[in-house]
Design a protein around this ligand. Sequence first.
Ligand SMILES: [Zn+2]
Length: 455
Amino acid sequence: MVTNRIRRFYSYLLLLLHICFLFILNPASSSTEDTAAAISRFREFLQINTSQPSPDYAKATNFLLSQAKSLSLESQTLEFVKSKPLVLLKWPGSNPQLPSILLNSHTDVVPSETNKWSYHPFSAHLDSHGKIFARGSQDMKCVGMQYLEAIRRLKASGFQPVRTVYLSFVPDEEIGGHDGAKKFAESDVFKNMNVGIVLDEGLASPTESYRAFYAERCPWWLVIKARGAPGHGAKLYDNSAMENLFKSIESVRRFRASQFDLVKAGLKAEGEVVSVNMAFLKAGTPSPNGFVMNLQPSEAEAGFDIRVPPTAEAESLERRITEEWAPASRNMTFELGQFKHRVSMLSKFGKPILTATDSSNPWWSLLEEAVRKANGKLGKPEIFPASTDARYFRELGLPAIGFSPMANTPLLLHDHNEFLHQDEYLKGIDIYESIIKSYASYVQHTRDEVLRDEL
Ligand SMILES: [Zn+2]
């Protein structure tokens, strides 16, 4: 009898202890609250209309500064150009001698055609499936907020960075970054930050693997112009401006097809070929009802958007332009965007602007490992097909990796109904928590840092 009673007493006690442990070890309610709060902060940032051409930078800045305050991060607002603020946040490391980590994101977004969206692009509508619809949900307010949420978690866990971590929220990326990241990269503030690695935006991936970018194609904006004797619309003669331009367009079209075929055949990725697309055609003699029809004009023009990977031979492409697309022998001239938009393909050290993705770059290896540790998959590194602010940092010779952790997500940047699923957003926070932890704890000198020390 007595033993039975004791046994029962012990089993009750065990049950009680078990229940207590469940409460201590599984604070489910608080983590659900944390998740809901993170989603709500993301949506709040998305609801700020930072659409070009008149982004509400003041509101975005106030929001970011309030986030920084809640995380006890040091903050400053830089205005390289009036009314175009750049918010710079700092989490000081215990060893400020080591080069720092820069997490960059842009606060502006592209315009949207509101009537073509299912929900207003600045409502940040969360639908019953968990999708968050908003302009900037993929490009790239998600990444900026994921950096902050990852830091929130690391701080809560008591993590102390060895390297200093900076976050920059830059304006104007969508209109070329000249008043934002470019001026920032050229500034003394930037120099004093002693940056060792930059993370910037990538692209959503429809597969289960994340995409990472180590370089980007360089835009060449080409305008070719043909001149020729004007003539009656009924006359057949050689060397009219239109005929000369047609010959060029046919040649450009053949080149475009040859590049596109490589992509279609799976031999090259989109970022590895030269893309050429016609942006405009300008010719004809205007009349009150349209164009004069019985006249062959003396001038004709065509404009092309060309994107050149850093691995391409720029000289051979320039030769193709002068010899085939706009030869002087056919009375043609060309302008390469007055070289205004032709960003250099070489860094200030005369090397192609690429970030190494092998063991020579420890930041790459650390990123691969950190993604794996957080149960993410990383695809083969790619060349970004368009331009991002990362080029301004790579031009300084710094390693920069383009990475937006969005898997299982259709690519909708600049498209109608841009969205990100909340689960993918939350998974991205895990990924960044792992990356920032690994980067900020890395104490080994990288090769470049050793070189710099020796100088
Ligand atoms: Zn972007």
